[in-house]
Design a protein around this ligand. Structure first.
Ligand SMILES: [Fe+2]
Length: 526
């Protein structure tokens, strides 16, 4: 067994001083936070209540490890309720739920600069297996989390099961998909963004945001706290490792790089707010230190490989994009939508993506990303309209990527999309204006967990769009999530829907199932 118990003897609290100093240096790079905590360490912290109100989470699995997360907050909606000092937090990983065989343990620092969040990058674990983990601080112990490592890079597992979702506007309803997701036998949960919404509270909705539109660090922290106190969400984090990316609402609706959707916001004010948003996202998500925020910048695009079966290329289509062309909204595909300088990913991320695709040894190449890639014409008759916020607003970028899939024979590209609060199953054609053009990939668009309300409604614009765009294989307006089962030969997707979200406790229905066969882009009814 490769397992060993990490000795904490030669180390202070299990962290080498060198590591601790570099960690402090990294934290100090965040200019907004005072550094009062240096040198003040709570030896025997006492809390006014259980500090593990946010439970536990794990994420970014690799073959030898995973990120473990918690956040100490005995008074989660009153600023956390923690002393302004660094708090050593013990963590343990075990083979079994009873912790009879602890295989790794150590101490991590809950830093006041990061809202007493804890991110532990555990390594030395075995590939492709379940583990249990928990934290201890003072006399308190966290709930026991369950997590799973990725398979070895050169392994070909028989199957991988994961679910993906997005768009969980709290006020629109209850996260009714999550209790059903918890019952599934999943290796991983993928979240494609709009994990929170930034808007202020509005009366007469199923639930209500605390406070106004979020802007300050405290505002964002309270907003994430409110979401994370939802038991259905928290429990789903406890049960599976998550692979997360953001869309726009983690910061501000339809933002593009330094450009606000509202007029008259200075780039400085916008960047200062973005710094608060990005820091809070990091604080609440089980992310590796490679994603540590650097002021208003944060690297979230990254890979996550499941052996030779699947390779997730997690994208960030917000932080580096050029401004939405033609005044945003829905416009004909003309003018700036065809600007060759326009970019959805930015040059660096696009280069990284293409390199990752070329070197990928995996059968299924998954793009976990935000906005719809198929060029959906939402207009009527000869007046063709496309969303300028989605890939067709960055049409040259879009074509370049699809041509790359085709010319470089990228194995089985499958694009996962959130954002639009509807289900779509789309063929990705090399040239959508040529009906004979080859298919080069498949797009699966997950609907929202709650955003848009109960759903299942008749939306004439989208029904027309589904009918008039030949690449659309399926369209649906319910809320829910998508459950995927991958084998070396097939990718099967079950579109799970909840009939309502305005009350808790909805049942789950499988509205449709589609299968993609290896080597044949495009999904067919299963
Ligand atoms: Fe959304």
């Amino acid at each position: 067994m490769a397992h060993h118990r990490k000795s904490s003897q030669p180390r202070q609290y299990g962290i080498a001083r060198r590591d601790f100093l570099s960690y402090i240096a990294a934290v100090s790079a965040i200019p907004t936070i005072a550094l009062r905590a240096e040198g003040q360490v709570a030896q025997r912290p006492r809390f006014n209540g259980n500090p593990f109100t946010f439970g536990v989470a794990s994420g970014d699995p690799e073959p030898n490890g995973v990120v473990l997360w918690t956040r100490l907050a005995p008074q989660p909606l009153q600023g956390g309720g923690m002393p302004n000092e660094a708090v050593p937090t013990r963590w343990e990983v075990a083979d079994d739920e009873a912790f009879a065989n602890v295989v790794q343990s150590g101490v991590a620092w809950a830093m006041p600069q990061l809202g007493h969040s804890v991110h532990v990058e555990v390594d030395g674990l075995e590939p492709h297996r379940w583990y249990f983990y928990r934290f201890h601080v003072g006399d308190e112990t966290s709930p026991v989390g369950r997590t799973r490592t990725a398979p070895a890079d050169d392994a070909m597992p028989d199957r991988l099961k994961f679910a993906f979702t997005s768009c969980q506007h709290f006020e629109s309803g209850y996260f009714n998909g999550y209790p059903h997701m918890q019952q599934e036998d999943l290796d991983l949960v993928v979240h494609l963004g709009d994990y929170i919404y930034e808007y202020g509270g509005v009366d007469k909705r199923p639930r209500k945001h605390i406070g106004g539109e979020v802007k300050s660090l405290d505002d964002y922290r309270i907003r994430y706290s409110q979401y994370r106190l939802d038991e259905t969400l928290q429990e789903t984090h406890r049960l599976f490792p998550w692979l997360v990316t953001w869309d726009d609402h983690e910061f501000d609706n339809n933002y593009a790089n330094l450009v606000s959707e509202e007029e008259g916001i200075s780039p400085e004010a916008f960047l200062a707010r973005r710094m608060n948003a990005y820091q809070t996202y990091y604080e609440f998500m089980p992310l590796r230190r490679r994603s540590f925020p650097q002021g208003p910048h944060m690297r979230l695009y990254r890979g996550c490989q499941y052996g030779r079966l699947a390779n997730f290329h997690v994208l960030d289509t917000r932080q580096y994009r050029t401004d939405q062309p033609n005044g945003d909204h829905q416009k004909p595909m003309i003018g700036k939508a065809l600007d060759p300088q326009a970019t959805m990913l930015g040059a660096k991320q696009e280069h990284w993506l293409m390199s990752s695709l070329l070197s990928s040894p995996s059968t299924w190449n998954v793009l976990a990303q935000q906005v719809m890639m198929a060029p959906l014409n939402r207009g009527e008759g000869e007046y063709r309209r496309y969303s300028m916020d989605q890939w067709p607003g960055y049409e040259i970028s879009r074509r370049r990527l699809l041509r790359f899939f085709h010319e470089r024979n990228v194995p089985n590209p499958v694009v996962l999309t959130g954002d639009i609060h509807l289900n779509w199953v789309n063929d990705l054609q090399l040239d959508f204006q040529d009906p004979k053009s080859p298919l080069v990939g498949t797009e699966l668009v997950g609907t929202a967990m709650t955003s848009g309300g109960n759903g299942g409604n008749h939306i004439p614009e989208f029904e027309r769009a589904a009918a008039q765009n030949d690449f659309v294989r399926w369209y649906n307006s319910n809320r829910g999530y998508v459950s995927c089962e991958l084998t070396p030969k097939t990718w099967t997707s079950h579109f799970r829907v909840t009939p309502y979200v305005d009350k808790p406790g909805a049942p789950i229905l499988t509205k449709a199932s589609f299968v993609i066969e290896e080597g044949q882009p495009g999904a067919k009814p299963a």
